[in-house]
Design a protein around this ligand. Structure first.
Ligand code: ATP
Ligand code: MG
Length: 320
């Protein structure tokens, strides 16, 4: 991949996240809120944001696309402008959803309340297809991330992966539930997938008892075009699996502000590694570092590229 590559992130169902902190959060009582602020959410948008932050002098174009509501678009516009992200969204009637994320300061656990989002008509889906044609060149890096809004069929990612691969683009998928299941059952794999361990266990129908079970479960997918499977496991790290290599990467201990978006940051780190042409192990280490940096308390004072450099040597890699 060269430095003129376009990175295009698809967020079919973006969101504004209302971030709330409380101390010792309890259900069924009146909790005293400590802080609250609005944050731009949506997985693909967050991948674009982290990539723009880590790769400060990025030469590649970072484009965010999907469907976005006209009613509360202004906050997104400001965000994209600030980060030098190109807005490739189809703007539709209505408001983008607002999700609620409650972080308990006493233990750093986060409770999420996610809404379904906009209802996307067939016409708006056709507009997205037209838009993609205009946005993409050749040999671009496409990140498909998050849930699907109402109206968009469950095989949306499956069809998009087939189209993008056929056109010669590199494709990374980070989704869950029925959309992920459809991709796996159709055997239309992207180059890279990053489910977390719960999302993969849901596809498996039961929890994995060992890491070997995960490796065996995914093995046939590498014959169907998958090149890298990243199974993230929160603070425990992640398994990076390719056809011939399996490594476990454990992040350094960081002071966590909120784990929301750790996975999105990991995907951004993978993109950053790919753009730099790094080998498998180095991509794994970099992605782990970027995700740990992104959730770290130090991010308030230390700029992202500096933080990444500081944490990288502390990442532990084991070959399995
Ligand atoms: N507490 C933590 N400390 C350090 N690194 C962490 C921590 N939590 C997550 N990470 C890093 O982030 C990666 C992704 O985390 P996780 O498995 O929680 O993703 P996820 O569930 O997909 O997150 P989301 O979808 O909310 O963005 C982990 O593999 C790890 O490298
Ligand atoms: Mg995730």
């Amino acid at each position: 991949m060269n430095n003129k590559t376009t990175v295009l992130t698809v967020t079919p169902n973006p969101a504004i996240d209302l971030m709330v902190t409380v101390n010792e959060w309890q259900m069924g009582i009146v909790n005293k809120g400590e802080t609250s602020y609005q944050k731009i959410g949506g997985k693909g948008i967050q991948v674009a944001r982290v990539l723009a932050e880590v790769d400060k002098n990025h030469q590649e174009k970072i484009i965010a696309t999907g469907w976005i509501g006209k009613e509360n678009y202004a906050v997104f516009q400001h965000y994209f402008d600030k980060l030098n992200i190109i807005d490739g969204f189809v703007h539709v009637d209505g408001a983008t959803r607002t999700n609620v994320k409650i972080t308990d300061k006493s233990c750093n656990d986060t409770t999420d309340i996610n809404f379904l989002g906009l209802d996307i008509s067939e016409e708006e889906q056709a507009q997205f297809t037209d838009k993609l044609k205009k946005l993409l060149k050749a040999d671009d890096l496409c990140v498909l991330a998050g849930s699907l809004p109402h109206g968009v069929p469950v095989n949306f990612y499956t069809k998009l992966i087939a189209q993008l691969r056929q056109e010669g683009h590199k494709v990374i998928l980070d989704t869950s539930g029925k959309a992920l299941k459809n991709v796996i059952e159709s055997k239309t794999f992207p180059h890279i997938m990053k489910p977390n361990i719960y999302e993969l266990a849901e596809i498996n129908g039961k929890e994995f008892a060992t890491e070997q079970e995960i490796i065996d479960f995914a093995k046939p997918w590498f014959k169907e075009g998958l090149q890298m499977l990243v199974v993230s496991m929160g603070a425990e790290g992640a398994l990076f699996i390719s056809e011939n290599e399996v490594i476990k990467v454990v992040p350094p201990t960081v002071k966590v502000i909120s784990t929301v978006g750790a996975g999105d940051a990991m995907v951004a780190g993978i993109c950053y590694g790919l753009l730099q042409g790094l080998p498998f192990v180095e991509i794994a280490k970099l992605a782990t570092t970027v995700s740990a940096s992104n959730i770290s308390e130090e991010k308030r004072t230390v700029k992202m590229p500096t933080l990444v450099k500081k944490l990288l040597p502390q990442v532990k890699v084991t070959t399995i």
